[in-house]
Structure formats: C-alpha cells, structure tokens
Design a protein around this ligand. Structure first.
Ligand code: MG
Length: 425
C-alpha cells in the first residue's frame, strides 16, 4: 500500500501590516477578530484539516511575544511547529519556512497568508488534490470587475482586458523539494523581487496550475476588511453553537449567628451569616446548578461533595468556574445568566450592580449578559420568617451541534437542515 502523502503548511505572518494596524501598532495578523487573533483563526483552519500534517508560522523577529500570545490556545497541538523567523521580504520569509521544514522533508507544502483566515476546507481539499497531477498550483478566482489602468492623476488611461485574468489568492501549493530548490536558486542568483511563490516557481520553470479559489477567501488588509471579518466570524461562531440549552438552579441556606453574608461573590454586612460548608454563596450555588443543568451534567453536590474538606470555606466562584470549564470542554459558551434572590434582608438593591459585575467577571461574559434581581417573600414561609435566603438561577448555554447527536453529524447548522430529534425520555 502506498504511503500517505505528507503535507506541510507554511503560514506567512512576517508582515508589519500597517494598513489595518490599530493605534497601538499591532500588526493585523495579531489583531483579535471575534475574540481570537486572526493568525489563530488561520492556523485553526489548517490544523482542523485532516490532510495537513505540520503547520509552521513564519514571524517577524520583533513579534515573538505577540505570536506566543496569539497562538497560546493552539500550543498543545503537536502538529503546530515552533515558529521560524522570517526575513526582510516575503520571499525570504518563505525561504526560512522551507528551511525549517527540511528535516521533516514533507511531500507537499502549502504556502498561505496569515491574513486569510477564511480559507475553507474545500479550498485545501482542491489544492492538495491538484498536487497529485501538478508540481505547483495556485488558488485564484477569475477577475469579474472591468479593469482600468490609471494615468497617475486619477484619470483612466485605458481599459485592460480581463479575459483570462485571475486574481491570485493563497494557499499556493507545491511539491516541497522543487519549491525549496527554486527558492534556493533565486536567493543564490540575487533575485529577491518575487511577490509570491507562484512567481518563484514560474521563474524556475515549474508549471503552475490554477485551482478555483473562493471570493470569501479574502486577505484582511484594511480597517474595513477587519470590521467585515469581525461580523462574519461572530455570526459563524454563533451559527456553529446552535444547540441552545437553558438550565435552572435553586438553592437555600439558613442563617446562623454572624456579621455578614456573601452573595454573588460580594460580601455584605448583615446581622447574621449563612450556614454552609463553603462560603454559602446561595446565588452562585444556584448558578452552578443552572449551568450544570444545561449540560445535563449532575449537580454541585455531585461534583463538590460537602464531605470533601477541600471545599470548606471555599469561594463559590470556584464551583461556577468549574461548571463553565465543562461548557468549554464541550466546545460551548455560556451565553447568559439570570439570578433571582429571595430574602427579607439584607437589602440587595444597593449591591445589585456590584453583584452583576462580579458575576460577569467570574463567568467571563459581558455584564449585559448577567441579570441579578431580588424580591422579598412577603414575610411568608421560612424566607419570610428570616430563617434563610433562597436563590434561583437560569443559565443559557450554547453548544456545538455535534455534542448531543451522533458524531458523524455535520457540525454546522444551516437554515435548510432539519432540527435534531427531541431529547429522549
Ligand atoms: Mg448551597
């Protein structure tokens, strides 16, 4: 049986990207879009693809810290190699990436711009497949706009035929050894003016085949591109997390002699304290159960038994964070929480905004996704007799589609896809 073709990707991130850089001067590939650096989005597309065996990033020598922060979330993936340090030109940077791959000697190499985070699995499929027949391939789209040449003073000099014109994108794919040889020869002959790898390959006499790209595979260049990418990534993220669940939680703790209570992580002076194994933060216990309920993953007592001395006097934020960790482990996000406190005293109103902020901080969500409300019990029942405090909580959790259904099911929900079968039992 034929051995599998080994495919490496070089992601070129050496630019200083001034056109879309922010006021802080951070180059575009390190700017966050939908909560994640553009470079991390791009690397993720390659690491998610089953045919890519290694990915190496080529960075500017001054950007090591920016790079490390941007890709920290991916650093556990052994296929992501340590970055190579690039040169003064794109050509020199790709050469550095090729040199760093020499020991691995892959069969194929795909060279890609860090600022093209929308590269699709279909493009990668087509690029790798085309390399079975060709030594070099270029992802490109046909030019559809009419082309005008300007005279340098804002006037049209002439109209350029768009017939047989293609706009080059990346990745550009090559058999590794011929591309490495072409780059080495160009460097040896003092040629440093090639703006893409296809141009190096063309110069070296390789035949470069066109592969259909996608208009969506844009290179983020301007501030406008950055804003459009933010919107698109955010919508895609929410579309992916379309398994929306709501969990509820309820908790009660009794008063005992003391001088303060802790509610939603906020210490409030009071004529009594709440009895409990941990800090007895009733609303955070209810919230933990709400999040666990949305996951169908037991309850706070199952995960943090009161018999375990580790949780004695514990800050209840620990329980909430553990429940959120379980959400993240399943690829999901906490979208919203709502808490209702039921107490005759102390008065919650003056502390409500501090509580909301604290809950938002613990949950790592924005404060507009946190509700904190309070009511008395109209002097009825145990709460009415001031024997304790009760709390109710609701949590909305968004999970990827696949988490509840069979794993082979498509991960993204499209409008045309029927809803999954309802929960069993
Ligand atoms: Mg409790």
């Amino acid at each position: 049986m034929e051995t599998r073709v080994r495919v490496a990707a070089i992601v070129v991130a050496g630019g200083t990207g001034t056109r879309a850089a922010g006021a802080d001067g951070v180059p575009k590939q390190y700017r966050a879009v939908a909560g994640r650096a553009i470079l991390a989005h791009t690397l993720g597309r390659f690491l998610d693809h089953p045919e890519i065996d290694f990915v190496i990033t080529v960075i500017h020598p001054d950007h090591r810290d920016l790079h490390d922060a941007a890709v920290a979330e991916l650093s556990g993936d052994p296929r992501l190699l340590a970055p190579a340090v690039g040169g003064a030109t794109r050509q020199a940077s790709v050469r550095a990436g090729l040199a760093a791959l020499a020991a691995l000697d892959p069969d194929l190499v795909l060279v890609h711009d860090a600022a093209r985070p929308f590269v699709s699995a279909a493009i990668l499929d087509r690029t790798v497949a085309a390399l079975a027949e060709s030594e070099a391939v270029l992802v490109a789209v046909p030019v559809v706009d009419t082309l005008k040449r300007a005279d340098g003073e804002g006037r049209v000099a002439d109209t350029v035929s768009r017939e047989r014109m293609w706009a080059a994108q990346t990745p550009q794919g090559f058999r590794y050894r011929p591309l490495a040889a072409a780059h080495a020869r160009a460097a040896a002959e003092g040629r440093d003016d090639f703006t893409d790898d296809s141009a190096v390959a063309e110069w070296a006499g390789l035949s470069v085949r066109l592969v259909e790209g996608e208009r969506a595979n844009v290179k983020i260049t301007t501030a406008e591109d950055l804003a459009a990418a933010e919107e698109r990534m955010t919508i895609e993220r929410f579309a992916r997390l379309c398994d929306v669940r709501v969990g509820t939680g309820y908790d009660v703790h009794a008063f005992e002699p003391g001088d303060h209570v802790t509610l939603c992580g906020v210490k409030i002076p009071h004529s009594a304290r709440l009895n409990g194994h941990s800090d007895a933060d009733v609303p955070l216990h209810a919230l933990t159960d709400a999040i666990l309920g949305a996951l169908g993953d037991g309850d706070i007592g199952a995960h943090f038994p009161p018999s375990d001395m580790r949780w004695r006097g514990c800050d209840s934020a620990v329980f909430v964070r553990d429940a959120i960790r379980r959400v993240k482990e399943r690829g999901g996000m906490l979208a919203h929480v709502d808490i209702t406190l039921v107490a005759e005293a102390p008065k919650i109103g003056p502390h409500r905004e501090v509580m909301r902020s604290r809950v938002a901080e613990i949950c790592e969500i924005s404060v507009d996704r946190v509700g904190v409300k309070a009511t008395t019990n109209e002097k009825l029942g145990f709460v009415g007799r001031r024997e304790g405090i009760a709390a109710l909580a609701t949590a909305t959790v968004r999970l990827p589609f696949s988490s509840t259904e069979s794993p082979e099911r498509e991960r993204t929900c499209s409008d045309s896809q029927p809803m999954p079968a309802g929960p069993r039992g």
